[in-house]
Write a protein that binds this ligand. Structure first.
Ligand SMILES: [Ca+2]
Length: 251
């Protein structure tokens, strides 16, 4: 199990708070503004990438409950496995390390341009081209209670949560195909927490996510990307039962 340690959480208190900003979805319903957290290690297992089922956000209350804020920093270990030592090369793990390495994890903004529905994560973590996990988080501000569809494409595997409810996931090698996975969900009035986990096996790494109504029409709502400091008010998530330390709640 990978051990994640949050070492800098409120360092920005003295630098001024940023409450975050809201953005409309694009004309096709794609969410273009996210907070991206990573990289986390995804070791190769016999039945697929271990990162798919590993909850890396236990320090934030777990994947279902996490509400990260911008510039949140933590650490994670990319562990060496001496039993996998390749003689003459010295590599003991998926990234060619000879010893366990502690790597900083940062939650940083990603702003998609109007010309791209697919958001690439390639090159975001230059030291790790393959076998990594990244999370994408945002709030969706809905004017009313409404049933929706969440359309996801990912390279490779993904899992998704809305307001602490696990909507589903896909564990396979794949390219990003918009709308290749569709989940029925419900937005409540006000802010809704949306977390997407994207596992890269090898090659490219990216995702796209769009929201539509039950008839398939792009949703006309706004997404709020988290600010640098949250904790202004707790989100009224009745289903949320945090089990870990909290470092920011709500925009
Ligand atoms: Ca890939």
């Amino acid at each position: 199990m990978v051990r994640a340690l949050v070492v800098i959480a409120l360092c920005l208190l003295g630098r001024g708070a940023d409450a975050g900003e809201t953005y409309p979805l694009d004309a096709h319903g794609f969410v273009r503004d996210w907070l991206i957290g990573g990289p986390y290690p995804s070791y190769e297992g016999k039945k697929g990438p271990l990162g798919y089922a590993t909850d890396f956000l236990t320090e934030l209350g777990g994947e279902a409950a996490a509400t990260p804020h911008a510039e949140l920093v933590s650490e994670v270990e990319f562990k060496a496995d001496k039993s996998k030592l390749i003689a003459g090369i010295g590599s003991t793990n998926e990234w060619g390390y000879t010893e366990t390495k502690t790597v900083p994890v940062r939650w940083q903004l990603l702003h998609g341009t109007k010309s791209e529905s697919i958001l690439s994560l390639d090159g975001r973590y230059p030291e790790f081209r393959d076998h990594i996990v990244a999370y994408a988080f945002c709030y969706v501000d809905s004017p009313r209670l409404q049933s929706i569809r969440v359309l996801v494409g990912s390279d490779d595997d993904h899992r998704i949560w809305l307001n602490g409810t696990y909507l589903g996931g896909v564990s396979q090698t794949q390219e990003v195909v918009p709308g290749s996975s569709v989940y029925a969900a419900q937005l409540r009035q006000g802010l809704n927490c949306l977390l997407l986990k994207v596992v890269d096996r090898t090659g490219g790494h990216g995702f796209c996510l769009a929201l539509a109504d039950e008839a398939g029409k792009p949703l006309a709502v706004r997404a709020r990307r988290p600010g640098t400091i949250a904790a202004r008010r707790p989100l009224p998530l009745s289903s949320r039962q945090p089990t870990g330390r909290q470092y920011g709640r709500g925009p």
